[in-house]
Design a binder for this molecule. Structure first.
Ligand SMILES: [Zn+2]
Ligand SMILES: [Zn+2]
Ligand SMILES: [Zn+2]
Length: 159
């Protein structure tokens, strides 16, 4: 998502029934600048931007903005929660096991096919959390054998 202007961000807060505060604007801006960042990352960026903002204010803002649907919270196994402002499209994520870099990936086919479960057991489904784990291109290059180097068995890294 393109980084929104402070005016657009303030509008979005109002449309969701929230008061416009410098803290909330700073947190929205930080998440827009650093998609999939952790609360600690957002905390640092927001503090650099507006100076006086407590950890608690950042965490409170993240909680409210997520609850109101302005931000999406992703909680991959074994990782702190990440936040992003791309909401409402049920996209999924690719995560690198080595460096933990996370990127967006759209649903496999069409808009949101995985929201149609093979058997919904009568549940009203609104989200399918799909995480693809693997290694990013940089980590694949960094750990592959140099040309002409000794051959190793592929399964050695998986044990
Ligand atoms: Zn990586
Ligand atoms: Zn995402
Ligand atoms: Zn999907």
């Amino acid at each position: 998502m393109a980084v929104e202007s402070p005016v657009e961000a303030a509008d979005r807060l109002r449309r969701h029934g929230l008061h416009v505060t410098a803290q909330r604007l700073a947190v929205l801006r930080a998440v827009g600048d650093l998609p999939h960042s952790t609360a600690d990352d957002i905390d640092k960026v927001a503090r650099t931007a507006i100076g006086a903002i407590s950890h608690q204010a950042v965490y409170d803002a993240l909680g409210v903005l997520t609850a109101k649907g302005l931000l999406r919270r992703i909680q991959p196994a074994g990782s702190p929660a990440r936040y992003e402002n791309r909401v409402g499209d049920n996209h999924h994520h690719l995560i690198c096991r080595s460096c933990r870099r996370m990127v967006d990936v759209d649903c496999a086919v069409g808009s949101t096919p995985c929201l149609t479960a093979a058997d919904d057991s009568g549940y009203e489904i609104d989200e399918a959390e799909v995480v693809y784990w693997g290694r990013c291109p940089e980590c694949v290059v960094a750990t592959s054998d140099p040309p002409g180097g000794p051959e190793r068995t592929l399964s050695a890294t998986d044990s």
